[in-house]
Design a protein around this ligand. Structure first.
Ligand SMILES: [Zn+2]
Length: 358
């Protein structure tokens, strides 16, 4: 059977549709009524055009669903037709709520898009969800949508920013609806945005730290702008103002290294990092800035660029048990959560890019 989103109604104000949907006042109660990978269609003022919003691909990143819930309960008809994807619902409602990026049986919902199960090496595509994911992706790619935005949070202190492989004027304009910074990333992680970016402007928005009410406001305010604005074409001018960073180097913990976050050296830890480090996200760290303490002479960090080269010698200096910056650089997405640091990465180092030229 051909894929069809859950069609909610046509030609009537969203407010009425919302009543039909019976969206409870509390987002937690609403989530309890939803299935994983819920796909909804709202009718817009102009039914000849379509935009896509994807939310909650990670169950521990609630700003997207909070922003969407608030918009659905209070707003009028969107400017154009709208598809909404609400992803990892089960992971989000698994106690304690909004604590699980994904459930172990399901795999990460923002990895493996557009790849075969073998390529992805992911449980996500080896399960029943695989067919659903493939169906969604086929429909998205064939949708002729004007744009897609995929909303996330991260765990460290970061301002809101966009990230993705498309640094074109419309993509940057979309970012400007949420923040003032964009990280141009060619890293192939298998995200939904990577899988759709050659079909229409598609960006990931990191709204800020999960659990921070300001990040929820970023998601909501940006959604209002994205959904109620008649034309996206005029956004290209706003995109010129965006601060662009690129050439990301992914900094991870070496296999077997023991990491702690503390203000002084911790005995037994191969690496002790300053717990305030994430305050430097998106700021230039000066050469010689101390980042933490190491035990032994072996650096517990790896730093790989998009070509897979280890750049740690270029970024870090170890002397007298102290770890410092070997040159000025800009960290982004730095986490101070040891679990995430071990499972994913510690942070990315990026370079400022020249201002956009048409
Ligand atoms: Zn995420």
């Amino acid at each position: 059977m051909e894929a069809r989103p859950q069609r909610i109604a046509t030609g009537v104000p969203v407010r009425k549709e919302v009543r039909e949907l019976e969206i409870p006042a509390r987002v937690e109660h609403w989530l309890d009524t939803l299935a994983d990978l819920t796909w909804m269609h709202l009718a817009g003022r102009d039914a000849s055009r379509l935009r896509i919003v994807t939310t909650l691909l990670h169950g521990n990143e609630p700003s997207s669903i909070r922003g969407l819930h608030r918009w659905l309960r209070g707003r009028e008809t969107p400017a154009v037709d709208l598809w909404i994807l609400i992803g990892a619902v089960q992971a989000a409602i698994e106690p304690p709520r909004f604590a699980h990026r994904f459930l172990p049986a399901d795999g990460d919902l923002n990895r493996g898009w557009g790849k075969s199960p073998v390529e992805a090496g992911s449980k996500l595509l080896a399960s029943e969800r695989a067919a659903r994911i493939a169906e969604l992706l086929r429909a998205f790619r064939a949708s002729n949508a004007e744009a897609l935005i995929d909303l996330h949070n991260n765990t460290g202190h970061n301002p809101p920013y966009g990230v993705g492989p498309d640094a074109g004027p419309t993509a940057l304009g979309l970012v400007s609806l949420f923040g003032q910074r964009f990280v141009h990333s060619p890293l192939a992680l298998g995200t939904l945005v990577e899988a759709t970016v050659s079909h229409f402007p598609s960006v990931t928005i990191e709204c800020g730290r999960a659990g921070d009410p300001r990040a929820d406001d970023v998601a909501y305010d940006g959604l209002v702008r994205f959904l109620e604005r008649d034309e996206l074409s005029s956004l290209a001018n706003a995109g010129r103002e965006i601060e662009r960073l690129g050439d990301p180097i992914r900094v991870t913990l070496r296999e077997g290294a023991r990491l702690e976050f503390a203000g002084t050296h911790r005995a037994g830890a191969s690496l002790t990092l300053d717990p305030e480090l994430d305050r430097h996200n998106f700021q230039l760290i000066a050469e010689g800035t101390q980042l933490g303490w190491v035990e032994g002479t072996r650096l517990a960090l790896e730093a790989r660029d998009a070509q897979g080269r280890d750049r740690s010698g270029d970024l870090f200096r170890v002397a007298d048990g102290r770890l410092s910056a070997a040159r000025p650089w800009v960290p982004v997405m730095m986490t101070t959560d040891p679990v995430i640091a071990r499972a994913d990465c510690l942070f990315y180092v990026v370079e400022p890019l020249p201002t956009w030229e048409p």
